[in-house]
Design a protein around this ligand. Structure first.
Ligand code: GTP
Ligand code: MG
Length: 264
């Protein structure tokens, strides 16, 4: 449904976690170059109502970045944040064990992911007692439509391993299929064709089978990458995706904060 831009926008703008100072943390992972940073930048652009031209966070250096989303003036931020980590390549890719530590909130910001060995408990970047704000509340796997079919078995296995751990930790998971414009000519002509495109449906089904994420948790998106002005259809798709992500993350926060209270 393409008419929901304003409602979704208001939902995302007005979202507040139930507890004060709680932050909803969204971790993006996936193969390199699939559009993780572009998606974060697109969310920022849509919420500012203008193209956000800040240089993309460079994750190739291996650092983990918490990206906050500006609300109006540069000093106020939305209560959701993105953690953007480098790609999952078999070689030169981030270790699954480190992604798991990040989900649990053990990885401090600015840690330069070591591709050889897991973050040690004795490292200064190891957070020994993560609180609910450090933990991840939604895991988002980002793949691009044109490469779904070519993702190597090693990378798919990494994605499955991370997903399994997330399930054990009670973290909900979704997938974004990006660059839909590049992958399908009909969609390139009119983004509204996205849910009519057989090609897209096939890609989503293929990915769903490969990694075990149900179809209703897979969202096709197109990010701003070369556009000069914002576009209503692109905004709609980005906002409805964000609405789902926030919803799932909020459930996770509520369940976890409830079980924390019971522990004390
Ligand atoms: N056509 C098209 N290109 C896109 C889209 N999203 C991202 N791109 C392009 O894909 C390339 C990679 O995007 P990034 O956002 O840097 O990808 P990333 O996943 O953050 O990459 P790493 O941090 O290196 O793992 C850039 O050249 C983007 O312009 C999209 O929706 N459509
Ligand atoms: Mg990036």
């Amino acid at each position: 449904n393409w008419g929901h831009k304003q409602t979704d926008l208001r939902y995302v703008e007005d979202y507040r976690p139930h507890t004060k100072n709680q932050q909803l943390r969204i971790l993006l992972h996936g193969p390199a170059g699939t559009g993780k940073s572009s998606f974060i930048n697109s969310v920022q652009s849509v919420l500012l109502g203008r193209m956000y031209a800040h240089a993309l966070a460079d994750t190739t250096s291996g650092d983990s970045f918490t990206t906050k989303i500006q609300k109006g003036n540069p000093e106020t931020f939305y209560p959701f944040v993105f953690s953007d980590i480098m790609g999952l390549e078999p070689t030169k890719g981030v270790l699954v064990s480190d992604v798991i530590l990040a989900m649990k909130g053990h990885v401090k910001d600015g840690y330069g992911f070591d591709l050889e060995s897991k973050l040690s408990e004795h490292d200064g970047f190891y957070n020994r007692s993560p609180n609910l704000n450090d933990q991840v509340h939604v895991l988002v796997c980002v793949v691009s439509a044109d490469t779904v079919a070519y993702t190597s078995d090693e990378v798919l296995q990494k994605i499955r391993d991370i997903r399994k751990e997330a399930s054990d930790l009670g973290i909900p998971q979704v997938a974004l299929i990006t660059k839909v414009d590049q992958a399908c000519p009909e969609v390139n002509i009119d983004l509204k064709n996205i849910y009519k495109s057989k090609y897209m449906k096939e890609k989503m089904e293929q990915f769903s089978v490969n990694v075990g994420i149900p179809m209703n948790c897979i969202f096709p998106v197109k990010s701003y990458h070369e556009e000069i002005d914002l576009d209503d259809d692109m905004d709609s798709l980005i906002l409805s995706t964000m609405r789902h992500i926030i919803n799932l993350g909020d459930d996770c926060i509520n369940i976890k904060s409830h079980s924390d209270q019971q522990e004390f």
